[in-house]
Design a protein around this ligand. Sequence first.
Ligand SMILES: C[S@@+](CC[C@H](N)C(=O)[O-])C[C@H]1O[C@@H](n2cnc3c(N)ncnc32)[C@H](O)[C@@H]1O
Length: 287
Amino acid sequence: MNYRHAFHAGNFADVFKHIILARCLEHLKAKPTPFRVIDTHAGIGRYDLSGVRAERTGEWRAGIGRLLEASLPDGIKALIQPYLDAIQATRAVHGPNFYPGSPEIARFLTRGEDRLILTEKHPEDRATLARNMAFDGRAKIIEIDAWVGLNAFVPPKERRGLVLIDPPFEEPEEFDHLLNSFSQAYRKWPTGIYALWYPLKDLSAVANFTWSLRDVQIPKMLKIEFRTKSPTRVPSLFGCGMIVINPPWRLSEELSLILPVLSDLLALDEGAGWSCEWLTESVVASF
Ligand SMILES: C[S@@+](CC[C@H](N)C(=O)[O-])C[C@H]1O[C@@H](n2cnc3c(N)ncnc32)[C@H](O)[C@@H]1O
């Protein structure tokens, strides 16, 4: 396990993923009944963008750095405001260079009666996460391999909620693990919202993954992709995607407004673009 998210925090992939996470949480809060967030690959919770690791890659500059400097149309700003509020809240407490990871965003955007399960396999990162979340009794932090653990945590007793699966994709088998682990969890809890992140790097692996997902026969499955540049001959990350199972009503509509603006803002070359399509229904939009 070499991957450390501190090198990549706040990059374009985090911005894309965290905006979707925040929109899903906002929709879950539309009902008063409590829900649970299960973040299977939690990382350390928050990141210092002026730290050695983040500065070594500087990836955040082309992600959250650009977004925070942009002047956004009012309608888009309103849609991503909960995410911006989470960043602001983290900075207010920890300093102006901090960036919230998915656990911190989920913590900020949930209510007193909602609960969080945060799993992380790296012992050092799990310990940092536990320290970062220590004051919040709603969050349970567990050091476990997500591919083993997820099955044990579903369905949650609230019977409402979201599972974020955000693996580092260091290993070639990661797509298989994702498919198997998600399919098992889905069978036990078919009404949960699941957000599955994946890299756009090896397109044949992505195609196999999405085709295999169709075989699981899920009625509501939204595939969202976001590219900042053209694919290169030597495989490198040129974009990323998120499959949202049981997406909240209006999520696809909202993303079709947000993503064109975000894509223009974070574009690195003319290959930048986005798409949002139902894997089981008709295409919503793409560019
Ligand atoms: C992409 S990062 C997570 C970022 C985080 N979700 C966020 O948005 O802030 C992936 C994390 O998964 C952890 N990890 C890798 N393999 C894992 C596994 N099998 N089970 C649980 N955690 C794992 C890594 O240590 C790393 O912290």
